[in-house]
Design a protein around this ligand. Structure first.
Ligand SMILES: *Cc1c(COP(=O)(O)O)cnc(C)c1O
Length: 397
């Protein structure tokens, strides 16, 4: 086991990985430092984000929602990005980085298939061999996403070991990376994992917050009073928040899927609220806040939204929550479902279930005054992928 101080956010982050992974991480860190400010790299990435991805995404004044809640609500429309979510910002960035590093092959793992699909898009577009590990159980539950990836030329590898879900897929992807590191790039889907991934993924997702800043200045001539984003691993949240961290008048709310918030001590009831009630531990190569039992065993998370169903959270968010700069809050499944229906009806936008948690916090907090007068909500994705899950849930109610 190798433990370094690099890539720390306070006590969080770092590199807690087997020695065999260190050369690969060092090569990645060195390459990222070399290319991140390279004008050719930046120009090419901007081009793909714009002409392939559809950036910039609009900042939309949700007029009817604003009227209902008595404050001005803006939605950052990541649901309009190619693929229907913010995930492409990251997969395009990392796939291009891989290309600049001289790699010809992308490896990724996926749970429900959303990150795998976004990786498949970037891989096909940049002409790279792409292989995605997916728990065998998940391949059966998510047949359409498997087919989507295959349509785009990605090889989906079902993982039959262990519980046949995401954590087993992660193990297999890492094993592949270690043995094929000369020509292969491991593309992580959120601000998690060992350094330098949390920094790399954050930087690629900061395009969201940078655009918000420019757009809100154009529309309002000032910064918003608060920004709300949902947090699974935390990539859309940190990407939206990060450019505003020095602006201490802007409140930053990270909404996790879970029960009754900070006061709740029954972790099993908290679904996946690792920021609010998680404890410190090491998960997937980094020290962060995770859901674990008193013996350090990782607790399975539970949420209606696949994208929020993760037992940990990015180390930088854990740090920012601890220092009080971001405010971790919660929305329950039922609250997210109500928000899902409300936005669909009132604005003609069907939000992803993940994003519905951010919307739900508006409904919960609007009356308290804590949000101020101008609120930006990051609409991380569209909800077309969730219709079956919602139908099932509504049937159960
Ligand atoms: C994957 C996903 C998320 C959760 O991932 P983060 O890394 O926390 O952003 C949120 N919203 C949507 C639409 C997603 O697809």
């Amino acid at each position: 086991m190798n433990i370094t101080k690099k890539g720390k956010f306070g006590r969080f982050g770092g590199q807690f990985v087997p020695e065999v992974l260190m050369p690969a991480l060092e090569e990645l860190e060195e390459a990222y430092e070399r290319f991140k400010d390279n004008p050719d790299f930046k120009k090419e990435l901007d081009y793909y984000l714009r002409d392939f991805g559809g950036r910039p995404s609009p900042l939309y004044h949700a007029r009817r929602l604003s009227e209902k809640y008595g404050l001005k609500v803006y939605l950052k429309r990541e649901d309009l990005i190619h693929g229907g979510a913010h995930k492409l910002n990251n997969t395009l960035g990392q796939a291009l980085l891989a290309k600049y590093m001289g790699k010809r092959r992308l490896i990724a793992e996926t749970g429900a298939g959303q990150h795998g699909t976004a990786t498949a898009m970037a891989g096909a577009n940049l002409g790279m061999d792409t292989e995605v590990y997916m728990g065998a159980k998940d391949t059966r539950r998510q047949r359409m996403n498997v087919y989507r990836m295959e349509l785009m030329g990605t090889k989906v590898i079902p993982v039959t070991s262990g519980s046949q879900t995401l954590k087993d897929a992660i193990n297999e992807a890492l094993r592949d990376w270690v043995s094929n590191v000369e020509d292969s790039y491991y593309l992580i889907g959120s601000v998690v994992g060992p350094h330098p991934y949390p920094t790399i993924v954050r930087d690629f997702q900061c395009v969201i917050g940078n655009e918000v800043r420019q757009q809100i200045m154009e529309k309002e001539g000032r910064l918003p009073d608060s920004i709300i984003a949902c947090a699974g691993g935390g990539s859309n949240a940190i990407g939206t928040f990060h450019p505003f961290i020095p602006d201490t008048d802007v409140k930053l709310f990270a909404v996790e899927a879970g029960g009754s918030g900070l006061k709740c001590t029954d972790k099993a009831a908290l679904h996946s609220a690792s920021l609010s009630v998680g404890e410190e531990g090491v998960l997937h190569g980094a020290r962060t806040k995770i859901l674990q039992d008193p013996y350090g065993q990782i607790l399975e998370s539970h949420s209606v939204s696949a994208g929020l169903d993760y037992s940990g959270v990015g180390p930088e968010l854990a740090y920012l929550a601890e220092t009080g700069r971001i405010l971790p809050v919660n929305a329950e499944d039922s609250e997210a479902l109500a928000a899902f229906h409300e936005l669909s009806r009132m604005e003609g936008i069907i939000p992803a279930l993940e994003s519905s948690h951010a919307l739900a916090y508006l409904a919960k907090a609007a009356d308290s005054g804590e949000l101020g007068d101008i609120v930006v909500i990051n609409l991380s994705g569209r909800g077309d992928k969730d219709l079956e899950a919602v139908l099932e849930k509504v049937g159960q109610l």
